[in-house]
Design a protein around this ligand. Sequence first.
Ligand SMILES: [Zn+2]
Length: 219
Amino acid sequence: MPWHEERTIVWEAYREILRKGLVAGASGNVSLRLAEGSRTDLLAITPSKRTLHSINAEDIVVIDFAGNQVDGELIPSIESMMHIEIYKARPEIHAVVHTHSIYASSLAVAGIPLPPILDELIPYTGGEIRVADYGFPSTDDLARHAVEALKDRRVAFLRNHGVVCAAQSVEAAVALSELVERAAHIYVLAKLMGNPQMLPEGIIEVEKNIYRMMNSQFH
Ligand SMILES: [Zn+2]
């Protein structure tokens, strides 16, 4: 099977986000940018409408940036366009994880960005997590709005839908999905208790610089 190792990484990440409760049933999707000779327009992605228990690593689909199926039998994720547009816009990004985790999705439904509230957040996200304009699932609109909300950051909320995390590896994208869900949970609880406090402005700048420094290593 071509790209066996990469497909296994994607399949295991899908298992991981299900195990962590970040998605349910056949929702959510994971992809990994592939390199094949001179081709730089390929990705391995989870198939559409298949629960984890009904697929194996070989069912992970390989497609190109035009959406053409390159390898694999199943239909690729309906959110393939979003993954492709992120890879096209962000050369440093090698993996994308999309989840419907409860607290992050709650903020996406409420239209509330996640501000810089925790030290552990900004070095990995790049700053406040913005809420993308609404786009119907699977459409160009959803893909475009996700890219716009991400800009140079790693995470965006998809309005009335869920979350998308982009990183330099699948492992990092999964870890980011979990980190964001925990932060969203904490923020929702803090809002219920009163007036959540932001990090001091100077600290936010220091942490944004850490993000930029970590990011520049991969360009
Ligand atoms: Zn979704």
